[in-house]
Design a binder for this molecule. Structure first.
Ligand code: MG
Length: 156
């Protein structure tokens, strides 16, 4: 078994849909990023790459590369999973925590789990997504952006 951890944060302010865990969440602003700004998937990719000893998402998909401009982060996630499979690694389970004061995410968590499970090629029971606020504290509490943590366990 191999364990990995990932963290990411993005700022609100983009005139694009808010996408979290591959799901469009209705909100008045999206997240600023070179890609679609899916902070949950970015943290998850880093957790998977970390578990495999493969560095981080910035090394594999540099934000200086126009090929990744506004890219659907699910494409990146599926590429990460493919590179794990090539190395004989499979996802055992993942767990993520999205830190957002708003919007409220509880109603979207099951859709995120199903979407991520599909890209990870695992059963939905092996994918957990949690959402929390920081009770108004810090940059997430002031609703300046959204952060996400993720951990992943891989089987060799
Ligand atoms: Mg990111």
């Amino acid at each position: 078994m191999r364990i990995g951890h990932g963290y990411d944060a993005h700022r609100f302010g983009a005139a694009r849909p808010l996408v979290l865990g591959g799901v469009v969440v209705p909100h008045d602003t999206g997240l600023v990023a070179h890609s679609d700004g899916d902070v949950l998937i970015h943290a998850l990719c880093d957790a998977l790459l970390g578990a495999a000893g493969l560095g981080d998402i910035g090394r594999h998909f540099p934000d200086s590369d126009p090929a990744y401009a506004a890219i659907d982060s699910r494409v990146l996630l599926r590429r990460v999973v493919a590179s794990l499979h090539e190395r004989g690694l499979r996802v055992h389970n993942v767990d993520a925590t999205v830190v957002a004061q708003r919007p409220r995410l509880a109603a979207h968590v099951d859709a995120m789990r199903a979407t991520l499970a599909s890209d990870l090629a695992v059963a939905v029971e092996r994918v957990n997504v949690k959402a929390t606020t920081t009770e108004g504290m810090g940059f997430t509490g002031r609703a300046e952006g959204i952060a996400s943590h993720a951990v992943a366990l891989l089987e060799e």
